[in-house]
Design a protein around this ligand. Structure first.
Ligand SMILES: [Zn+2]
Length: 286
């Protein structure tokens, strides 16, 4: 398939170990042209969107997986979102006087939220950022909280983001000996996968990467799945945002500008509300 943005799932036959590769070119470029991102922030965003797509595809659900990091570092906010159909959006905010030489994220927390559609129930996991490398933070979280050994390799340049994941799933009804063999096989795959370089991730396609790493393994391949950029903002959500502001403040803006404008941080879409709209919103009409 010649699409530029896709996710490739695979499974190691006779083992409860799965893998995924994701390639993001158009999605990455659409996200990174929404604002004037410094190259270091672009790379971080690339790692984050690749990781989010990979993690989203490991769970069966209808809804969104959101990764949000809030830190004291140069990049103080990072938000990435992916739904079950691999529609993605993301943004980052950084300090004006940011220096990226030492750390890019700094101290802080990252929250993984799984937000199913049609319900207000959410699952949230909190990760204390102990490393500047996103993959290491996520790996230790999966090890500790989910007891799902997971390894991620993330790469990004100024044009694209690529990620590789392998995950050891729980295997049922397994004797001690079989479980031991399974751990050995997991270690074997980890060693193989760990030989991948960033240059290879950024230059090879899924078939070539799988051949390069696992040509002696028995792999089942699934259909490639397209990944797309899609922002879920709409007028209704912006009205809800407007309602959280004080009416006096909004009336003030209207007096000066005759219109209140809200811009979506993810896609730069503008939503404009005139006096009549604001009257309706605050009279409960909308
Ligand atoms: Zn939007």
């Amino acid at each position: 398939m010649s699409q530029t943005d896709y996710l490739q799932r695979f499974l190691f036959e006779h083992h409860a170990i799965r893998g995924e590769l994701v390639f993001l070119r158009d999605v990455f470029q659409t996200i990174t042209t929404q604002r004037d991102y410094p190259p270091e922030v672009k790379t971080l965003l690339g790692h984050a969107i690749a990781a989010t797509a990979l993690l989203s595809a490991t769970i069966k659900y209808n809804g969104s997986l959101i990764l949000q990091a809030q830190t004291t570092g140069p990049v103080n906010l990072l938000v990435t979102q992916c739904d079950q159909n691999l529609n993605m959006r993301a943004l980052a905010k950084w300090q004006d006087d940011a220096h990226f030489a030492h750390r890019i994220l700094g101290d802080g927390q990252m929250v993984i939220t799984i937000s199913p559609d049609n319900t207000t129930e959410r699952y949230q996991g909190v990760i204390n950022l102990s490393s500047d490398r996103l993959n290491e933070n996520l790996e230790s979280y999966f090890e500790r909280s989910e007891q799902l050994p997971t390894r991620l390799w993330l790469a990004a340049n100024q044009n694209q983001a690529v990620g590789l994941l392998i995950q050891k799933m729980p295997s049922l009804n397994q004797g001690e000996q079989a479980a031991g063999t399974e751990w050995e096989y997991w270690e074997h795959l980890h060693i193989l996968a760990n030989t991948i370089t960033e240059t290879e991730l950024l230059s090879l396609d899924a078939m070539n990467i799988l051949h390069r790493l696992f040509h002696e393994e028995d792999i089942r391949l699934y259909e490639e799945e397209p990944v797309t950029f899609k922002c879920k903002c709409d007028k209704h959500k912006m009205i809800q945002a407007l309602k959280t502001m004080s009416e006096a403040e909004i009336r003030d803006i209207l007096r000066t500008h005759h219109v209140v404008e809200i811009t979506c941080d993810f896609c730069n879409n503008h939503y404009a509300f005139n006096t009549q709209d604001v009257d309706e919103i605050f009279s409960g009409g909308i």
